[in-house]
Structures are given as C-alpha cells and as structure tokens.
Design a protein around this ligand. Structure first.
Ligand code: SF4
Ligand code: SF4
Length: 168
C-alpha cells in the first residue's frame, strides 16, 4: 500500500502566535462549563459513581471454612500453573491423611494478576480480589502469608462479568 507523505512548508515570514494562543485559551475556558469528570480520591471513592468491575483482579484472598481454616488442600495446582512463580506452597498432612498448607505465600509484587490460581483451584480457596490499595513501605510486606491471605475481607473477583460476558 502506498504511503501518502504530506510535506509541510516552513513559513517564510515571521508568524504570529496570537491567534493560536487565543484559540487555545478559548478551548481551556470552554471546559469550565463542562461537567467535571475528576473526583477527589480517596475522599470520594465511596461516591455512587465509583465502582470497580467485579472482574477486577487484585490483592489475593484465601477463603476459609466454618472453623476458620484455609480451604486450601495443598494440591499444588496453583503454584504449578502460576506463570510468575510467585506462590510458595509447603504441603502438610494430618493424622487422617488430610492435606493442608504448612506454608502458603504469595508474592503480590511478582504476581501479574492473571487469575490462573483462582481458575485452577479445585476447592475455590484462593481468589484474586476486587482490591488494589495494598501499597507498603517495605518490599517484604508484599509477600502475603496464609494468615494474612485468610484475613482479607474484600470481595473476590468473578473473573468475568455475567452481565457483560464479552467484556465490552
Ligand atoms: S494471579 Fe496469576 S501470577 Fe498471580 S499468583 Fe495467581 S497464578 Fe500467579
Ligand atoms: S489450587 Fe487451591 S487447593 Fe490447590 S494448592 Fe492452590 S489454593 Fe490450595
């Protein structure tokens, strides 16, 4: 396909920028009368028009059973599938042969929030969450251990929006 090239000639006399400046100022001025699209974060984040998609994939959460124990059965699928290799799992087994995580950690800094861990989990234990405010002063704080993952209370991601399955 041929590419069209537009040659712009340099002006051969001194140009006045007054007209362009006035045009720019008029455009700026016209915005004064338009509805505001910005909001005062974080004060306004609870405003009715502030919402995150239910398929948002953020800070992880480990769901627990009625006794408050992590639902994870240490099957090993999530660390296996994790493309970032950011899940550390050391499985244990009780006297009845039930497996559980002795150590379960997720490095939220390395995570790319793909959601594979949630998709693959047979117990629906580990979830990515509808949450993003997890800034820290120390990098080590981004490694969430089992206790911290279980203590999260934010909503878990649906990964896809049932009302908008194509994600338009
Ligand atoms: S969301 Fe993806 S990258 Fe993050 S821990 Fe889960 S599988 Fe790994
Ligand atoms: S996939 Fe689920 S049950 Fe298996 S190790 Fe991961 S969190 Fe635990």
């Amino acid at each position: 396909m041929a590419i069209g090239v537009k040659v712009v000639e340099r002006p051969d006399r001194e140009a006045s920028y007054l007209r362009a400046s006035l045009k720019g100022m008029a455009l700026t001025f016209s915005h004064i009368f338009r509805p505001k699209v910005t909001m005062q974060y974080p004060e306004d984040k609870s405003a009715p028009d502030w919402s995150i998609s239910p398929r948002w994939r953020g800070t992880h959460r480990m769901l627990t059973d009625e006794q408050g124990r992590a639902k994870c059965v240490a099957c090993g699928l999530c660390p296996q599938i994790c493309p970032s290799n950011c899940i550390k799992l050391v499985p244990g087994e009780d006297e009845n042969g039930n497996r559980y995580p002795l150590i379960y950690e997720i490095d939220e800094f390395r995570c790319i929030f793909c959601g594979y861990c949630q998709e693959v989990c047979p117990e629906e234990a580990i979830h990515v969450g509808v949450h993003y405010e997890n800034s820290e002063y120390d990098r080590s704080r981004f490694v969430y251990d089992l206790e911290r993952l279980c203590a999260q209370t934010h909503a878990v991601s649906t990964l896809w929006d049932p009302s908008d399955p194509k994600g338009a």
